[in-house]
Design a protein around this ligand. Structure first.
Ligand code: ISE
Length: 343
């Protein structure tokens, strides 16, 4: 592990970028935040001004190329990820890229190929933070141990309190359901072969024309199956649950039974407002793992292939949403892409 701290630049300082900046400065060891960049220059300057020794850089590509930036955390909108991630590959910078890796599978595959052919080694971790959540990680460990036999089914619930009116039906798939796509590929250790996305009667609380809630069915290549309810205007709070049903038992994440209070004729606990609260620990562990791995010269966690696969599944999901019929996932052959790479 390198003796000096990892000097990090953040691109995109909206909700997640700002959250990660605080995390890097206050909660993650071995990292030093040195630069931030955002199309809203005032917002970047404002954030930089909150910390000692952090500068704001107008051009994200300049931040990536900067000599004093060892690693880049990309928290910009998915639309600009391809250019930014490819620039990180070009400059050999370790990168943590928030999901989705890119907006379509062709561009995600270009990233996989650039990392494989230009960098010649893994550089990029994709921000599927649920894998770092202690409960999810324990569930994965238990399933992998074989103690419960083979996993047969997974049932997910993914609810946001509300989303802005600009969050359209396809984004429910590509921005929200994408997490469960990754979770199921990871838990089953298998690819999703086909996806069906159904549209029940929509809530009156969603913007006009937005299909919310949605119910997705993943058909795993090995025969397993997963269901996911995504409901992004549920009004209650942020609730994410996952139950894996195996041959000898089942295991559930997200029952929210941490603190149970009884007072004034009521009982119950707290439901977080959003993912920053619910997954705060997962984000801390994710970014710490990224920093530690980068200092060792390694990449851990979800890879560009995982990012590519998730994008491909979501594209098929958006297509299925229009008809309610199963759509096969169109994906490159992994062995073909990595031929001779030893990955
Ligand atoms: C958001 O972009 C996220 O990544 C959250 O984790 C997810 O739960 C939410 O639904 C998305 O909008």
């Amino acid at each position: 592990m390198s003796a000096s701290p990892l000097r990090v630049g953040i691109i995109g300082v909206g909700m997640m970028g700002t959250d990660h900046a605080d995390r890097l400065v206050h909660r993650v060891a071995g990292a030093e935040l040195v630069a931030v960049s955002d199309p809203d220059a005032a917002r970047a300057a404002d954030l930089a001004g909150r910390f000692d020794g952090v500068r704001s850089v107008r051009d994200p590509l300049e931040l990536i190329a900067a000599e004093d930036v060892d690693a880049v955390l990309i928290a910009s909108p998915g639309l600009v990820h391809e250019e930014q991630v490819l620039a990180c590959v070009e400059h050999g910078k370790y990168t943590l890229c928030e999901k989705p890796l890119t907006m379509d599978s062709e561009s995600s595959l270009r990233v996989v190929e650039a990392e494989r052919n230009k960098a010649g080694r893994p550089l990029i971790q994709v921000g599927f933070m649920r894998r770092f959540d202690p409960e999810y990680a324990e569930m994965k460990r238990l399933l992998d141990s074989g103690e419960l036999g083979r996993v047969l089914l997974v049932h997910n619930t993914h609810r946001n309190k509300t989303v802005p009116d600009s969050f359209r039906s396809d984004m429910i798939v590509s921005d929200s359901l994408v997490h469960e796509v990754d979770v199921c590929r990871w838990l089953f250790d298998d690819e999703i072969e086909a996806i069906t996305v159904l549209a029940p009667k929509p809530t009156g609380k969603a913007a006009d024309g937005v299909v919310d809630p949605q119910v997705a069915i993943f058909h795993m290549a090995g025969g397993g199956m997963a269901t996911t309810e995504v409901f992004v205007n549920c009004q209650v709070g942020y609730e994410v649950r996952c139950e894996a049903v195996a041959e000898l038992g089942n295991v559930t994440v997200g029952l929210g039974q941490n603190l149970f209070v009884r007072r004034d004729n009521h009982y119950g606990g707290h439901i977080p407002d959003d993912f920053r609260d619910r997954f705060a620990r997962a984000y801390d562990l994710e970014v710490q793992a990224w920093v530690d791995a980068s200092r060792r010269g390694e990449v851990v966690g979800p890879t560009t292939w995982d990012g590519y696969a998730a994008t491909a599944v979501c594209m098929a999901g958006v297509e299925s949403l229009a008809t309610g019929r199963p759509v096969s996932v169109d994906m490159a052959d992994r062995a073909e892409v990595f031929r001779g790479a030893g990955t």
